[in-house]
Design a protein around this ligand. Structure first.
Ligand SMILES: [Zn+2]
Length: 124
C-alpha cells in the first residue's frame, strides 16, 4: 500500500470520527425556534419624534424566511428569554448541520480518491 493511500485512509477515518460530535450537537439542543433573535432599532417616520433625532425605537424581534417571505415578529418581554434561548439552539443546530454536510462531502471526496488510486480499468 502506498504512503499516499495510507494517508488518505487515515484522513478518511479522522473525518468519519468527527461526524459523531456534529450529530450529538444536532440532536441535543432541546426546543428549537427557527429564526434570528435580535434588538431592532428603527425610525417610525414621524418628523417630530425623538427617533428623527437619532434616538431610535428599539424592539426585540424574531426574523425568519417563510416560503421565501421575510417575516418579522416582535417578541413580548415575558417571552424574550425563552425565544432567545430557542433561537440560539436553532443557530447551533444549523451550524453543526452545515459542518456535518461539509464533513460528509469531504468523506465522499476522500473515498473517491482512495477508489481512484486503486482503480484498475478493464479491459486494459
Ligand atoms: Zn419615532
Amino acid at each position: 500500500m502506498s504512503a499516499d493511500l495510507s494517508a488518505l485512509r487515515q484522513q478518511l477515518w479522522r473525518h468519519y470520527r468527527s461526524l459523531e460530535g456534529f450529530l450529538r450537537t444536532m440532536t441535543s439542543q432541546g426546543p428549537l425556534t427557527p429564526g434570528s433573535f435580535y434588538l431592532l432599532k428603527r425610525k417610525c417616520g414621524k418628523p417630530s419624534c425623538r427617533c428623527a433625532r437619532g434616538q431610535f425605537h428599539a424592539v426585540w424581534v424574531l426574523t425568519r424566511s417563510e416560503s421565501g417571505q421575510h417575516k418579522l415578529y416582535s417578541v413580548p418581554p415575558e417571552q424574550r428569554a425563552e425565544v432567545r434561548q430557542r433561537a440560539a439552539a436553532w443557530r447551533r443546530y444549523q451550524r453543526a448541520r452545515a459542518r456535518l454536510l461539509r464533513q460528509v462531502s469531504a468523506l465522499v471526496t476522500l473515498a473517491d480518491q482512495i477508489a481512484e488510486s486503486q482503480r484498475v480499468d478493464w479491459p486494459p
